[in-house]
Design a protein around this ligand. Sequence first.
Ligand code: NAD
Length: 447
Amino acid sequence: MSDRYRDLTLSPVGRRVTKTLGLPRPAVLRRYTPGEPLLPGPALLASSGGALGEVLARTLDAAGVELHAADDGTREFAALVFDATGVESVADLAELHATLSPALRHLGPSGRLLVLSRPAGTATSAAVGAARQALDGLVRSLAKELRAGGTANLVTVEEGAEQALESTLRFFLSGRSAFVSGQVVAVTTADRDRAAAPEDWDRPLTGRVAVVTGAAQGIGAAIASCLSRDGAHVVCADLPAQGERLAGVANQVGGTALQVDITSDRAAQRISEHAVGRHGRLDIVVHNAGITRDRLFANMDDATWRSVLAVNLDAQLRINAGLLDEHILGADSRIIAASSTSGIAGNRGQANYAASKAGIIGMVRTSAPDLAGVGGTINAVAPGFIETEMTAAMPFAVREVARRINSLKQGGLPVDVAETICWLSQAASGGLNGQVVRVCGQNLVGA
Ligand code: NAD
């Protein structure tokens, strides 16, 4: 649904009124269009003795980014990329501050701040661990300070995982990550040999077969469309009752429709028979289908509790187990499951939903080694407030508050969740496993 308040703030009168009254002014976010340059302007590539300078310069240069090594104060940057892998002390943090602080003033609209560091967990002394972890607080704070649709994210890069970095670098700099801010993502060596770059970064899923559950509407339909745009053949799955809408989405994305209730005992078999039987393979499984049945826990009957856990969690566990047992998922396979910020923070009246979505996070973390064992990965996305039929049904005041309590002061779009899933679906994203990426504009809930 449309965000009337945001539309108002974009008019000359609205701009004046909101500025005078100090009201939130949501920016128009830069979103991805195929074929456009990775960045709409130059990038500053800075470092404090980091180890990634060469790989970053080479990758960004190949991606057509105009790179500058210093900020002379004469130009606006579309991105600031800071290689903080050399940050190992409080003194190093001061050096980073000296470079970044003035440069931030020259970051343009929908600008990107991307900081790369080594994981704090691999530090061999308290001083090094502290300095690395300090970057976490720093980046999350800067994400809250940036204006005009700017985002800030931290990527930790394990030693040896440099070659698995490119898809993540491209995601965070591009318009694909418009609603992802204040996140910490770890690129590891778990699957580095398989993080092969696609021939065309605008069609990174060419030749891959994906299944999306709950594809008949909302976020699922956007995921199907995005995967298809990126080159995948998409099997759109949803309940038989959604048959007509499902067929419409499948036609629109040039995919096929599969009517299946994911809670049925044969769901995994139906999915694999359809994907492998008709399209020869299954590379990407997106567990998007989900339901809410809100009620205070004290008043929640058994059926209400069970139905939400059955669709949102148990079905996914059983489908994954079925596909792994039958060896349907192999090298470069990707599972991405929809969690929620409610699963991270909890939500009044949503104990069943929050339990199921937190369960997804547990599933993803625990299954990561199993997927790595077959050369694949499993990750989750946790959307915050997304403009869908579900959120349109919220009472006005609750919806208005939920929309504004994030750093970007607006709701995300289904495409923002879809873009994040497409990034995690790429064969080149093999260095990301067992992670949860929030697509919430840095929502205060669960921050
Ligand atoms: P939606 O209700 O619009 O769509 C969900 C789809 O899942 C529907 O098409 C429905 O028919 C399908 N589905 C339900 N039960 C099924 C079953 N047993 N088998 C097969 N399909 C089934 O939801 P949405 O807003 O698009 O959300 C999609 C996912 O994102 C959900 O998992 C939701 O929990 C999660 N999420 C949404 C938001 C948001 O703001 N909309 C926020 C956080 C998380």
